[in-house]
Design a protein around this ligand. Structure first.
Ligand code: GCW
Length: 723
């Protein structure tokens, strides 16, 4: 029996002991709970603020006093203004004043000021307005405390129906959470899973939601709930949940009144309806618009919103990628003005790479909000280092051409092209009860990146990476010169971050391949995975379509015609393999194994090389990481070293599994410069990559943490892998 994950060496232990000794002189350790709010010293400051101090302003004053890094004894004025150039949460900032039209704007201005001080950016006359009005985290947290696709422990909000009392620890944690969010401009949280339990609307759960809202409120975080469309039947014991039924409307009306009595600034509902088996208006012959409008009308007097998800697809349709567009475009114009359609970045499902969803820009008379996924469901979960800003930027910057060139997804959704009343963006959170919130240190960067992009969708990935690295790591290394730290830590680690998403695409699903996962855990490779009785669109062969002739899903005009959902010139570009971006080639085309790529290689050779490159890039990251050891505390150094070690093994498994499986169709040999596989296909097909013994080779006492919620669905670690 060979176990690639259990290769301990004494050498690593010695290295570590040395590292711990060395680091203890110069670098302060942290358990990661402070996230990017790690600044440790401040200088004296006088804060001048209006006499009536609200809880929000009190926080602003406290943050400024505790975090000021400017000239000692300086005076800073916080002032509510009436400035037409500022949007609701926007602010104006100069070295002596923060102005905003709202108290929350002042708080955001203070966080920006402190961030600039810490990241060595100038503070001259700055005007900052958020790109999106609503910047919301979606928590897929269940009332029983588990988190769907959560890899960082149990829910921070829920512990089960029998544990609804609110403790002092709960409140502290919620405040910490709110503070972290406010510091990056997030202003909303959906407290429960879109696969919603009707119980969430029970009186006792609503009481807890109200207690959460109370802690979040001073930080400007509004709470929202996901609802189960069948709640009138399941919770209210009515005979129907038909949205046009009078009793159903009355039930919702009473429920909404109850909610607003408890939470006067409640944000509204998020709804997953008629999707993956969830109930919805179509169960009663009604449309998505009927369902959404009924709820919207009831919420409207209170200022509440309905965020209605477009993540819909039916079994046995000829192309899942087309379905959201097919169902929602005919409804454009029918939604009431407090409904926003929430659309995942790609047409399928948070894959390592997808084209943007064709709904962006195409729904012109309805506000559409992007849904991004911060939790790395399809990108290595808690075990792999993948910085997601480049993935999100790729989507936000994509030109839809819907209003001529420059109609990017960002501009189609942030209110700059279509002037709807509301604009919003959502990120599926990666937060749990783990001490460092996210399961691993680098996953925190994705939470940070989401908030920063929601505030300013024109920030670059590099800018965000730089900020996060400085905020997270610099204060612990005060003993190192700026120059040395930048050269020896910031720059190599920034490279790891910025490269990481493309590496993951390479070792998992290059050239537009997608959904090659084995089973429902969405972790390891399974291009072969197609058990009898499972819906075809829940199995990889549906997506890769490999056969002796070639590989890829034909969505061209000769195939499923999904290309027709894109505006020209994209439609023609995607339709023609010669001009289709190669990164999306097999998303749109089924091509022969010997198809010539732009660089003259055959498709088969190129595929093999990309898989190989992905693995090699992780090895490079490992080397770079080893070099930064003296700039980081032993615990976090070891944690990331372990993570990269596992990631390299995982990448190898992905590469070998996919290449060997596809080779059974192509019957071609590997190009000579590609490292031969180390595993046998038959063994990989038997193994389940998530169910690997989670013993890691490097251990520092500080990193021996419990995997509290290793994976709520599939968890039991066992040990299998044979070469
Ligand atoms: O990607 C799929 C996930 C489901 C999720 C669903 C959705 C919450 O595998 O776990 O359910 O998407 O977004 O609704």
């Amino acid at each position: 029996m060979f176990d690639p994950y259990n290769n301990h060496t004494c050498r690593s232990i010695v290295t570590l002991v040395l590292a711990i000794l060395f680091n203890s002189w110069s670098v302060q350790a942290t358990d990661g709970h402070d996230l990017w709010l790690t600044q440790q010293s401040s200088t004296a400051i006088n804060v001048v603020c209006q006499a009536r101090i609200s809880p929000t302003l009190a926080i602003a004053v406290k943050e400024l006093t505790n975090g000021w890094q400017g000239p000692k004894g300086a005076t800073m004025t916080l002032k509510i203004s009436n400035d037409n150039s500022l949007k609701k949460d926007g602010f104006r900032l100069n070295p002596t004043e923060v102005h905003a039209n709202t108290e929350l704007g002042i708080l955001y201005g203070v966080y920006e000021l402190l961030r600039r001080q810490q990241t060595k950016q100038p503070v001259h006359d700055i005007v900052s307005n958020p790109s999106y009005m609503y910047r919301i985290l979606n928590h897929w947290d269940n009332p029983d405390g588990t988190v769907e696709r959560g890899y960082a422990g149990h829910s921070i909000f829920w512990k089960g129906k029998d544990h609804l009392e609110v403790t002092a620890d709960d409140k502290r944690l919620w405040r910490d959470y709110a503070r972290a969010n406010a510091s990056i401009g997030i202003n909303g949280a959906v407290l429960n899973n879109v696969n919603a339990s009707p119980d969430i609307l029970s009186a006792s759960m609503l009481n807890r939601a109200a207690a959460i809202a109370k802690e979040l409120r001073p930080y400007g975080i509004q709470v929202y709930l996901s609802i189960n469309f069948s709640s009138p039947v399941l919770l209210g014991h009515l005979s129907t949940s038909d949205p046009l039924d009078k009793n159903v409307m009355a039930w919702w009306d009473t429920k909404v009144r109850e909610i607003y009595r408890l939470i006067p600034d409640f944000g509204g509902f998020l709804v997953k309806a008629n999707s993956e088996g969830s109930p919805g208006p179509q169960d009663y012959g009604r449309t998505h618009a009927d369902g959404a409008n009924m709820l919207a009308d009831i919420l409207k007097p209170y200022g509440g919103l309905v965020m209605w998800r477009a993540f819909v697809y039916r079994a046995n349709d000829n192309d899942r990628a087309k379905q959201a567009y097919t169902e929602f475009i005919p409804l454009d114009g029918q939604f009431h003005d407090n409904v926003i359609i929430q659309v995942k970045n790609g047409p399928i499902d948070f894959q390592p790479r997808e084209p943007f969803s064709p709904l962006f820009g195409a729904m012109k008379r309805t506000p559409v909000m992007p849904e991004l996924q911060i939790t790395q469901e399809y990108l290595g979960q808690r075990h792999q280092l993948v910085f997601l800003a480049p993935l999100w930027k790729e989507c936000l910057q994509s030109d839809t051409y819907q209003q001529g060139p420059g109609s990017t997804v960002a501009r189609c959704t942030d209110g700059s092209l279509y002037r709807h009343r509301y604009s919003a963006i959502a990120g599926v959170a990666n937060i749990g009860l783990d001490q460092n919130w996210c399961g691993n240190t680098f996953a925190q960067a994705n939470w940070y990146a989401f908030g920063r992009l929601a505030w300013n969708d024109s920030l670059s990935s590099r800018q965000i990476a730089d900020e996060w690295l400085r905020l997270t790591f610099r204060s612990a290394t005060a003993g190192f010169s700026e120059e040395g730290w930048t050269k020896n830590f910031l720059s190599p680690v920034r490279h790891i971050l910025l490269q990481s998403r493309e590496s993951a695409v390479s070792y998992m699903m290059p050239l537009g391949l997608h959904h090659l996962f084995a089973g429902n855990h969405h972790y390891g490779p399974g291009p072969w995975y197609a058990p009898k009785g499972v819906r075809p669109d829940w199995t990889p062969p549906y997506y890769h379509q490999a056969d002796s002739a070639g590989i890829g899903f034909d969505r061209s005009s000769k195939g499923s015609l999904a290309v027709a959902q894109y505006h020209e010139p994209l439609q023609s570009q995607f339709d023609n393999p010669d001009v289709c971006p190669e990164t999306l080639l097999l998303w749109f085309h089924h091509l022969p194994w010997t198809y010539r790529m732009k660089n003259g290689q055959t498709l088969w050779d190129e595929l093999c090389r990309l898989y190989d490159r992905g693995v090699k890039e992780i090895r490079d990251d490992q080397k770079s990481w080893d070099q930064v050891q003296s700039y980081i505390d032993a615990a976090r150094f070891t944690e990331v070293k372990n993570e990269l070690w596992r990631q390299e093994k995982d990448a190898q498994v992905w590469k070998d599994g996919c290449i060997l499986y596809f080779q059974s169709f192509s019957r071609l040999s590997l190009p000579p410069d590609v490292e031969p596989p180390v595993y046998k296909l038959e063994n990989l097909m038997k193994a389940d990559m998530l169910q690997i013994n989670n013993v890691l080779p490097f251990s520092a006492e500080e990193t021996l943490r419990k995997d509290t919620n290793e994976n709520a669905q599939t968890g039991v670690p066992i040990n299998t892998y044979q070469k």
